[in-house]
Design a protein around this ligand. Structure first.
Ligand code: DX5
Ligand code: ZN
Length: 218
């Protein structure tokens, strides 16, 4: 299981400490949530902050763009050295073109679905995606309650990827904790994003280790 802690739940007043903590942990990727106040009803942080984080970490960056027309930023995200650029299907008019340009820019192409968007909208584009991310909450905020339907939706996505011959990885973002992680792993998740469950834990480093082992019991 790939674990990607979300810095949205970090202490922004002591960001360097939290990045250091993640550097010393078993976290695989660093998940960065960019919000524009239009696609989602919140504004988080942007490129200057991510540039600072990129200088402080050796972990690959998983950039989740909760912005309208995310294709405007492909070059900027690539310049950060990001491993993954995740765009929302709901924010892209020309999703095939956007995913192709993300790959051409040297990154893994990620496409994200809101809880209300069925996996079937990706039928004709899954072979252009390296990662498909399902939101376990409505995007915009950390610490929300997990939407249970995400588990069966994960199984449905897994079945579709196999049927289509796509090697895309399944990533889940929102509401991930010890309990939901085990069920998501069983349903086929490859990557788990966790914000509040990691940063709200008494010992975030061991919480990350625990989440990482949740697929090993299967
Ligand atoms: C929400 C963000 C998530 C968020 C998850 O819109 O995309 O990455 O940090 O937070 P938790 O893990 O607390 O649900
Ligand atoms: Zn996210």
């Amino acid at each position: 299981m790939i674990i990607a802690p979300s810095l949205l739940s970090a202490d922004f007043g002591h960001l360097a400490d939290d990045v250091e903590m993640l550097n010393s942990s078993m976290a695989d990727w660093m998940h960065l949530d960019v919000m524009d106040g239009m696609f989602v009803p919140n504004i988080s942080f942007g490129f200057p902050v991510i540039e600072s984080i990129a200088r402080m970490t050796c972990k690959p960056l998983d950039v989740h763009l909760m912005v309208e027309r995310p294709e405007r930023f492909t070059g900027r995200v690539a310049a950060l050295g990001a491993r993954v650029m995740n765009v929302h299907q709901e924010a892209c008019v020309h999703l095939h073109r956007t995913l192709t340009s993300i790959r051409e820019a040297g990154m893994l192409a990620g496409v994200t679905l809101n809880p209300a968007t069925p996996v079937s909208v990706l039928e004709d584009v899954v072979c252009e995606a390296d990662v498909v991310m399902l939101m376990g909450v409505n995007p915009g905020f950390g610490g929300q309650v997990f939407i249970e339907n995400t588990v069966v939706k994960t199984s449905r996505l897994k079945e579709m990827l196999l049927r289509r011959g796509s090697g895309a990885l399944i990533e889940i973002d929102g509401g991930v904790n010890r309990e939901t992680a085990a069920r998501l792993a069983a349903a086929g998740a490859d990557i788990l994003v966790a914000g509040s469950s990691v940063f709200g834990a008494a010992d975030p480093v061991s919480e990350i280790a625990h989440l990482k082992s949740c697929g090993a019991l299967l």
